[in-house]
Design a protein around this ligand. Structure first.
Ligand SMILES: NC(=O)c1ccc[n+]([C@@H]2O[C@H](COP(=O)([O-])OP(=O)(O)OC[C@H]3O[C@@H](n4cnc5c(N)ncnc54)[C@H](OP(=O)(O)O)[C@@H]3O)[C@@H](O)[C@H]2O)c1
Length: 310
């Protein structure tokens, strides 16, 4: 039987934070969580785009409980300001959806000088999660951290001593950042268990969903032909953003989800369909690699797991 967002149980007394809530999958995740009664903190790249999405959702959902914080994942200072605001807003966080992302952009750097895809997709979420750990471990119910990866993670090759190689290949950099997302998700789960915290951390992927993700690279290149090809491909082969949101929603809300698992659509080439548990790449289960990546990420972001624990 296929699972839809209608299967989500009531989420009263549940507080969630979603990154990238104004577009594509993040918008749909926010909508479904709010429709089922969750309080949702929308962590958007800019206050304005977050407010626009919030205004739009408020016309679609009866009595939604939404708030917006600005959180540019390409700027460690912005992340710190955002998490300070979250700590002022709530005492606990039950669900963290690390969803925002960029794909195959021309070379650029974050405010802190990181290659942008690794910087936003992995290091930004790494810093955000560690700074939210006190809230994620404060509630009475189990908390969940769901980190959005991609089938592209299978092409990832991570050397933790050289996380952002000088020679830039935009697709390789995307794949590497998506492998980092899974290594991070699994290592966070291991660390939470080691420190006896009731936190479950998993990774998901949405299959192929027609969102803005595919157009940003070609648009920044000013390449209209590539943009048009992407649009046609999306129209012909991709599922809707709402369908792409299902694995993340499933992992965030279903009971009995084990940590260190990977969830994606069960249909053709895992590009569409209903959420199911899947196998991620062999590398993603490499505990030594995960630990090395963790240490390197702590150094680069200045965030520490043990210092973040209450
Ligand atoms: N769509 C797919 O087929 C597909 C496949 C595999 C994996 N994924 C993953 O799914 C996730 C969601 O992507 P999507 O398809 O929904 O794409 P999308 O519509 O482009 O949404 C991406 C979101 O991330 C935000 N974002 C980008 N840079 C940011 C930054 N520096 N700080 C904060 N937020 C930032 C975007 O904000 P702006 O609007 O300001 O850029 C947007 O809200 C990504 O992690 C992506 O890698 C998607």
């Amino acid at each position: 039987m296929s699972w839809t967002s209608d299967n989500i149980d009531p989420l009263d007394d549940t507080t969630a934070l979603v990154t990238g809530p104004d577009s594509g999958i993040g918008y749909q995740v926010t909508k479904a969580l709010a429709e089922h009664g969750a309080t949702v903190i929308m962590a958007a790249k800019t206050e304005q785009q977050g407010q626009e999405a919030r205004n739009d959702l408020e016309t679609k959902i009866e009595t939604p409980d939404l708030s917006v914080i600005e959180c540019d994942l390409g700027d460690l200072e912005s992340i710190e300001t955002a998490t300070t605001n979250v700590h002022e807003q709530t005492d606990t966080l039950d669900i963290l959806c690390n969803n925002a992302g960029v794909m195959a952009l021309p070379y650029q750097e974050t405010a802190d000088g990181f290659e942008y895809q690794m910087g936003v997709n992995h290091l930004g979420h790494f810093a955000l999660t560690l700074q939210l750990l006190p809230l994620l471990t404060a509630g009475e119910q189990q908390s969940r951290v769901i980190t959005q990866s991609s089938g592209m993670h299978e092409r990832g090759q991570i050397d933790p001593t050289d996380l952002m190689p000088e020679e830039y290949d935009r697709w390789q950099a995307y794949a590497n950042s998506k492998l980092a997302n899974i290594l991070f998700a699994y290592e966070l789960d291991r660390k939470a268990k080691t420190h006896d915290r009731d936190l479950v951390s998993v990774a998901t992927h949405p299959g192929y969903a027609d969102t803005n993700l595919q157009y940003r690279g070609p648009k920044q290149d000013g390449n209209r032909i590539k943009t048009a090809i992407m649009r046609i491909m999306g129209y012909l082969f991709a599922q809707s953003p709402a369908a792409g949101a299902l694995p993340m929603l499933y992992a965030a809300t279903e009971t009995g989800i084990d940590g260190r698992t990977y969830w994606g659509p069960d249909g053709l080439m895992n590009m569409r369909g209903s959420p199911e548990q899947q196998q991620s790449s062999d590398q993603s289960y490499d505990t030594v690699l995960a630990q090395d990546l963790w240490e390197q990420s702590e150094q680069l972001t200045g965030c520490s797991f043990t210092e973040s624990l209450p």
